[in-house]
Design a protein around this ligand. Sequence first.
Ligand SMILES: [Zn+2]
Length: 394
Amino acid sequence: MILVRHVDNTKLTPPQQWTDRAAKELEKLHEDAVDADKKFLFSEMWREDAIRDRLIALMDKCWYCETSFVRSPYHVDHYRPKSAVAGEAKHRGYWWLAYDPANYRLSCHHCNSGGARYGNQSAGLGKGARFPLLGQRAPEGGSLDRELPVLLDPVASEDAELVGFDRQGFARRRPEQPYSGHEVAQDLCRVDETIRMLALNSDLLTEGRSTLIGSVIELVQLYLIRRDDAVVAQYARKQIDSLTQTTAEWSAAAASAERLALLAHDRSGDDAPPAGETEANAAEGADGGTEPQTATADGHRVDLRTLVAALPPAAFSAGGIALTGRGKRGPAKATLLEDGRIMCFRQPMNTPTSAARMAAGDDTVDGWAFWSLTVDGKARTLADLRDTLIAQRG
Ligand SMILES: [Zn+2]
């Protein structure tokens, strides 16, 4: 089951005339590349309607956040940034992919260039030239097959399967999906990092998704309760189909809500509405509800589900445990919840590193060393607590 919409761009073919011009432009870049100090000059051919219209034809909404825009043009984003890589001053960017349509993703302004908000606070700069990896970066002009991008890629179907949504409209990593070995090795979660960098839980998105999820749940209830009335059932079915179709705005969240409502109904065994279902027992994202909700074997190196289970429940009696940290911008605060999530700027983050980077406005912070909490009157870092736990368990 795919939750974020996967875009199949394998059949994307620009007009021949565009391809010929692009080949000439690329030749110029190769000539310029010989001089390490020369600044690349790009002809912004990716902005042309011939390209944008073809990308829109593949999926007419932002490929990252699924927002549809009527009166604002989409950006054509380079998935691998063309002229720089954030945090790597010497990197000249993936210039050799500047005119490669396979590197283009349709994007809204917020995902590409920032401007999204959390309450009265800016949600950051958007994707821009950020392109962190879990391993080695490919040499200039070299093969990209072994690169492991942190940012989820809308054209990679396996990436789309990693994301789910809760009832409040927040995107999140599907809890039953195991972390990859590379995520464990780097102590970070690709979904959480993508949500953070692209502000996929900005106010606009969570409000839009939660309204949509509410509508879908109501329609599913109507469909189930009135299924003996063909006209009503047909109406509800049609509405559900239009909200969940691949091309509809935020339809990944709508599809997730439909499954959640049906699952809740199946479990209740009668016609009781699933409205009272909480996120935890609705097993959001669990196909058939059989997948384990507990942390995976190595998960405790990435998120806090194992750690919170080892803390006394009374520690959460005030609603959560205070976390403190200190970054470039000064002191930072967050709250560790009983389910292992960290509330930071009213955003539920699933991993300490993404929460710390959000709090500190710094893409390089390690959240395990950043956050401390007080245990028996003594401040201890999450890394310290984790290491103690791992040592205890052998
Ligand atoms: Zn977007």
